[in-house]
Design a binder for this molecule. Structure first.
Ligand code: NAG
Ligand code: NAG
Ligand code: NAG
Ligand code: NAG
Ligand code: NAG
Ligand code: NAG
Ligand code: NAG
Ligand code: NAG
Length: 899
């Protein structure tokens, strides 16, 4: 727990410590001066207290809304020392005024600063203050700490701020301050931290900032600053963190930074800085993170890399850096991320890079690199992302790459790779994105590619691949985009979704897709092959599956221990590059993107929390579930919790909503999910217009999608995941009406002690009957809920009492239920859309039969989700009588369903 909440917690400790320092003296009566406050012996102090109280009350009265007034309800009378957020020194004068995170709305204009010459701390961070920072703030001449971050303050920073000569920390980040900084800032010579990130400040940064020799942290990022960076920085030799990213700075990187050996974190990315990086940089033994990407920097990478003992991230993309990648880079052994993409680098990839044991991201695309990929690449066992696209690399793709078993992304596109795709690629079990397009690859696609269960996108286009497409393609259950166009492939195309555009310009392919010739009638030889395949394939398939499951189990055991430290999806739009660094960014980004969980962004409510829509600065939209505070107390022990989250984050299936990450702070916890556009199935069925868009084909497809998702959770995940709360609210539809199951695993996350036994009842109307008498949860509970959801899809509303008559039917044919079993099917199904016809009608009938089997009262009689899913792939059997004559009774399971 401690390590998990370390950051916010240590901040909290700091504040607590400070409050104690300030408060303790005024509470201990034996302190000689305390009598002044307790007994009013010193009238001077009381009078002063009155004036302070008056000034504070006047400010309170000026605040805008009832919420702010109620927050400050303790602010009554004339002794401010006991008021919320106020602390006094031992003379009874107000020394601390600290009300961060209270949602206070108003301005600072009616606050009379002249009464608080002894104030040491003013902290009103993370409220809703607007208007300007008043000129009179310069009267707070004793002030040490000033936090006005995360408000809506506008206009200029007043020149008088230079009067605050005792200031040690000035934090104005995340406001809307504009204009240029007053040069008087150079008078605050004790300043150790200056944070102006995320404002609209413009103009050039005054040189006087160089006089602040005590500066440890200087943050100027995400403003509109122009001109050169201040000439003198780090004169005191104490500067640890310097960020000026995302501005319009031009000119060279100041020479004064050359000797700044204290630097730890250094970000100047997203400017127009120029100059030669070979000359402007010295030796930085402490440097941990450097980002100079997106500038106009030139020169070569001739730094003394052996002296960069602490460097974890080296980000220099999108510059004009030339020359070769130095082999000495292999001596910066702590490196985890290297991004040198979009530069003018030439020469080969030095094989010394494989000494970087901690490296997990290597991005070198869009340069002029030549030569081959070093065989020793397998030594980079932590590698998760390798992007070498758009270079002049050649030779064959080394089979050793198959040993980089943590790879999530592999992009070798637009090079000159020859030979065939190594079959070892099938060993990359975690691979999500594979791009080998635009090369000279020949030969057949290895069938081992079917082992890539997590593969979401695959591009093999623009090569010289030939032969048949391996039948194992149908095993790629996570695939959402694929392109194998512009090759020399032949034979039938595999029957999986998203494959219509993918086949262009392959002379030999055939299939039932526009643009392709239909496959010719099989010759007798092929027919017999087909029969052999029909018999052999399921057999081999299940054998393979077994092997994979055993493999996964082993693999899972082996890796889960190593990956405890990170709680974000590594390929998500949030790009949690290194969790340690990005934690705060993730949190702040989400808070901003949801407008601090503003109700306007709310898109739904569930048992565990409220769901918000959040548009990230990148333009991508995610769904954020803020957990109910009452639930947080129930979070299981943090280590187990982290493992669980990792497992859920790693789940990949096209019918399951992706979980991107999780954040927990003292104030709140939230989960970040993929955003699914059309919302819940329940909502879509309840609104007439949307229900009509859901035609019978789409409805059958929704049922298939849910079945595939559950089959995957139950049978392909290790350990299996029981959803426990399948309902039409937890099935979401995307723009193409494809189903995505959400909220899987949440039950187990939030109910630590109930791995098999439930204290949680699911959603009323979807719960399997056995849960009424036993609290034992197994997969068959999900099967039952699936049956209810399926009937809801077919009927357009919750099936209600129909369920009990189905459940009972296996025990007695003369049911005592109220439902008339002789009712005609055509009267029971959703009347808002036209009756299904032909093959679709067969599908509806078949699916209802399956649903009824799922609703059987005896859990053992219900089919497994794997059985259901495989039945839904098979062809529908023809109807035994006309659709309009079929009764419900015809569809009731007569005996236990097997196989
Ligand atoms: C008590 O207060 C007086 C005057 O306010 C001050 O000079 C003195 O240092 C204080 N004593 C202590 C122990 O704080
Ligand atoms: C604020 O409080 C006043 C008095 O208690 C009440 O009349 C008013 O309706 C409240 N305003 C809002 C927005 O709740
Ligand atoms: C603050 O108080 C002083 C003294 O009473 C007064 O002269 C001044 O105008 C007040 N300032 C504001 C902003 O109310
Ligand atoms: C800041 O002001 C904008 C409108 O100017 C408003 O939409 C936003 O909610 C405000 N933010 C805060 C934190 O008060
Ligand atoms: C800053 O200090 C200089 C020299 O001590 C002085 O002339 C100037 O007025 C000061 N500026 C402010 C805003 O205090
Ligand atoms: C940034 O500054 C430039 C020139 O100084 C100005 O044209 C532009 O509008 C400013 N942008 C913003 C967002 O303030
Ligand atoms: C520097 O930045 C890092 C990462 O944000 C942070 O952990 C560290 O505390 C900062 N150091 C100082 C001295 O502010
Ligand atoms: C860096 O330090 C060296 C030796 O300490 C000194 O000679 C040189 O002038 C310094 N350079 C800069 C730009 O401060």
């Amino acid at each position: 727990m401690m390590s998990f909440l370390q950051k916010p917690f240590s901040k909290f400790l700091q504040v607590l410590f400070f409050l104690l320092l300030v408060c303790i003296p005024s509470f201990f009566a034996f302190h000689p001066n305390s009598s002044a406050t307790s007994f009013g012996a010193a009238t001077y102090a009381v009078a002063e207290g009155n004036k302070e109280a008056e000034a504070l009350l006047k400010w309170k009265a000026s605040l805008d809304d009832n919420h702010s007034q109620s927050v400050l309800s303790s602010w009554v009378g004339s002794s401010p020392c006991k008021w919320l957020g106020i602390t006094c020194d031992n003379s009874g004068s107000v020394a601390g005024f600290s009300l961060p995170n209270f949602g206070l709305r108003g301005t600072l204009h009616s606050f009379n600063f002249s009464f608080f010459p002894n104030l040491l701390t003013l902290n009103l961070g993370n409220n809703s203050l607007y208007g300007t920072i008043p000129l009179e703030m310069g009267l707070l001449t004793s002030l040490n700490f000033l936090y006005l971050d995360k408000n809506n303050l506008t206009r200029r920073i007043p020149f008088s701020i230079g009067n605050l000569r005792n200031l040690s920390i000035l934090n104005l980040k995340n406001n809307k301050l504009s204009g240029s900084i007053p040069s008087s800032i150079g008078n605050m010579t004790l300043l150790t931290r200056l944070d102006l990130n995320n404002n609209n400040l413009s103009g050039s940064v005054p040189r006087e900032i160089g006089q602040l020799e005590s500066l440890v942290e200087l943050k100027l990022s995400s403003n509109n600053f122009t001109g050169h960076l201040p000439r003198d920085l780090c004169l005191g030799g104490l500067l640890v963190n310097f960020t000026a990213a995302n501005n319009h700075f031009s000119g060279p990187i100041p020479k004064s930074l050359r000797n700044c050996t204290s630097l730890f974190r250094f970000r100047l990315d997203g400017n127009q800085l120029s100059g030669n990086i070979s000359e402007d940089f010295g030796l930085y033994p402490n440097l941990n993170y450097v980002d100079l990407s997106h500038n106009d920097l030139s020169g070569e990478l001739k730094w003394k890399w052996g002296g960069f003992h602490n460097l974890a991230c080296l980000l220099l993309s999108n510059n004009n850096i030339s020359g070769e990648i130095p082999s000495e880079l292999g001596k910066a052994t702590r490196l985890q991320i290297i991004d040198l993409s979009s530069n003018l680098l030439k020469g080969t990839i030095p094989k010394e890079l494989v000494q970087l044991k901690a490296l997990y991201k290597l991005t070198l695309h869009n340069n002029h690199l030549c030569g081959v990929i070093p065989f020793e690449i397998q030594m980079l066992s932590r590698l998760q992302s390798l992007n070498l696209a758009s270079n002049n690399l050649g030779g064959s793709i080394p089979k050793q790459l198959g040993q980089c078993s943590n790879l999530l992304q592999l992009n070798l596109s637009h090079n000159k790779f020859t030979g065939s795709i190594p079959s070892e690629i099938g060993l990359l079990h975690l691979l999500g994105h594979l791009d080998l397009s635009g090369n000279l690859l020949a030969g057949e696609i290895p069938s081992q590619i079917g082992q890539l269960k997590r593969l979401e996108t695959m591009n093999l286009s623009h090569n010289k691949l030939s032969g048949l497409i391996p039948t194992a393609f149908v095993d790629l259950v996570s695939l959402t985009a694929v392109d194998i166009s512009y090759n020399e492939l032949e034979g039938p195309i595999p029957e999986i979704k998203g494959f219509t555009e993918a086949f262009m310009n392959n002379s030999g392919l055939c299939g039932n897709v526009s643009g392709l010739k239909p496959c010719t009638l099989p010759t007798s030889r092929r027919k017999s092959n087909k029969i052999v395949i029909l018999i052999l394939f399921p057999l081999l398939g299940s054998l393979l599956l077994l092997l994979i499951m055993v493999g996964c189990l082993y693999f899972h055991h082996r890796t889960s221990r190593d990956r405890i430290s990170c709680l974000g999806e590594r390929q998500s739009p949030l790009s949690f590059a290194v969790w340690g660094y990005q934690e705060e960014i993730l949190h702040d980004t989400i808070i901003q993107a949801t407008n601090n969980f503003n109700s306007n962004n709310c898109i739904g409510k569930g048992g565990y929390g409220i769901v918000y829509r959040a548009m990230l600065p990148t333009g991508q939209v995610v769904a954020v579930k803020k957990l109910h505070p009452s639930r947080e107390g129930e979070l299981m022990n943090m280590r187990t919790f982290r493992n669980e989250i990792h497992m859920l984050i790693d789940i990949r299936h096209r019918n399951i909503v992706k979980l991107y990450g999780f954040c927990s702070l003292i104030e709140h916890s939230f989960l970040v999910y993929e955003f699914i556009e059309r919302g819940s199935l329940k909502m879509n069925l309840s609104i007439e217009e949307q229900a009509m868009d859901l035609d019978w084909n789409r409805r059958l497809n929704v049922v298939k999608g849910v079945a595939n998702a559950l089959s995957y959770l139950h049978h392909d995940c290790s350990p299996p995941i029981i959803h426990r709360d399948i309902s039409s609210s937890n099935v979401l539809l995307d723009l193409e009406f494809e189903a995505h199951v959400s909220d899987f695993g949440t039950a187990r996350l939030l109910m630590p002690d109930s791995t098999n036994w439930t204290s949680f009842a699911g959603t009323f109307g979807y719960i399997a009957p056995e849960l009424a008498y036993t609290m034992r949860v197994n997969e068959k509970c999900d099967v039952y809920s699936f049956g209810v959801v399926t009937m809801e899809v077919i009927m357009g509303m919750h099936p209600g009492d129909l369920i009990s008559s189905v459940s009972a039917s296996a025990f007695s044919s003369s049911s005592c239920s109220q439902i008339n079993q002789h009712a005609l099917l055509k009267d029971v199904i959703d009347q808002r859309i036209p009756l299904p016809e032909n093959r679709v009608a067969e599908g509806v009938v078949y699916i209802i039969k399956i649903a009824f089997a799922c609703l059987l009262a005896n859990p053992q009689s219900r089919p497994t989700m794997r059985q259901v899913a495989s039945k839904l792939i098979a062809r529908w059997p023809p109807l035994s009588k006309s659709f309009s004559a079929i009764t419900l009774e015809d569809l009731m399971p007569q005996t236990t369903m097997t196989g």
